[in-house]
Design a protein around this ligand. Structure first.
Ligand SMILES: [Mn+2]
Length: 274
């Protein structure tokens, strides 16, 4: 595996405690990118989901251990809680061992550019004014994923081509989501311009980005439940968006490769046995 030493790493929306959390992939990414600053930009632990059902794996434990270890070894770790770990917001301004908990933070890059680092849910009209709706949406999404699989199983079983599919429904949802993302990005950028900063690094909407919006650098870390994306700052101050799942994740990680080979071997021996 290639090791890329960078100045800073920014990750958000890991959602530890849920089945969707891509903890193994995140471990691979963290191993590949040691840094001086590690920013945890909210929704790292999903306390909302854990109220319904806790999915805590060994890999998720290792994620926590690795982060604590990095902090102990001198990496500056700054944790900015999001809305799914908002219980921790009561403790902002406090240091927990080597980890610093903050409501928001201004990060100055090696080039001297100033970025506001925050989770971003304060700019999401849905979670801000209709909390119950956001929780409902969360439950609804989980249900949709289950229903999708169940529906296609039923259709196969009955041998009927579906007239109504979830695809159409999802398409309509996507249309609404596109305008939602646009509204969110625009209002974050506006707020940052008012504060006289160069840019913003946030999370929350699970849509990674690195671009200019009306003269403001808008940066979003994405997530580790689906897209497996992160932002890194190189030593010259240049920011880069990393798509982990599509790059070295599967190809260069020796542990993952060994695991895959073992699995293939086992499947082969099972085939020959049968
Ligand atoms: Mn969030």
């Amino acid at each position: 595996m290639n090791i890329h030493r960078v100045r800073s790493v920014f990750i958000s929306d890991v959602h530890l405690g849920t089945r969707a959390c891509q903890a193994e992939r995140l471990l691979g990414f963290l191993r590949a990118y040691p840094a001086e600053y590690l920013y945890l930009v909210g929704d790292i632990v999903d306390f909302w989901a854990m109220r319904r059902d806790v999915r805590w794996t060994a890999a998720q434990n290792t994620v926590v251990q690795k982060i604590l270890r990095r902090a102990r070894h001198g990496e500056q770790v700054i944790f900015i809680p999001g809305n799914h770990d908002e219980a921790l917001r009561e403790y902002t301004g406090i240091r927990f061992g080597d980890i610093r908990l903050e409501r928001e933070w201004v990060h100055t890059t090696a080039e001297g550019k100033r970025y506001l680092v925050l989770h971003g849910d304060e700019f999401d009209q849905v979670t801000r004014y209709h909390r119950w709706l956001a929780v409902l949406g969360d439950v609804g999404y989980t249900w949709l994923v289950h229903a999708n699989g169940w529906l296609s199983w039923l259709r196969r079983k009955l041998g009927i081509a579906g007239y109504w599919s979830l695809a159409g429904y999802a398409k309509r949802k996507v249309k609404a989501a596109v305008s939602f993302v646009g509204d969110f990005e625009g209002s974050v950028a506006r707020a940052v311009r008012e504060r006289g900063l160069d840019g913003v690094i946030c999370g929350h909407i699970h849509v990674a980005a690195l671009r200019d919006i009306e003269g403001i650098r808008y940066v979003n870390c994405g997530d580790w439940v689906d897209s497996c994306t992160a932002i890194v700052e190189h030593h010259d101050g240049r920011l880069e968006l990393i798509h982990w799942s599509s790059s070295e994740a599967e190809t260069l990680d020796p542990e993952g490769l060994a695991e895959q080979l073992l699995l293939q071997q086992r499947m082969q021996s099972r085939r020959t046995a049968a």
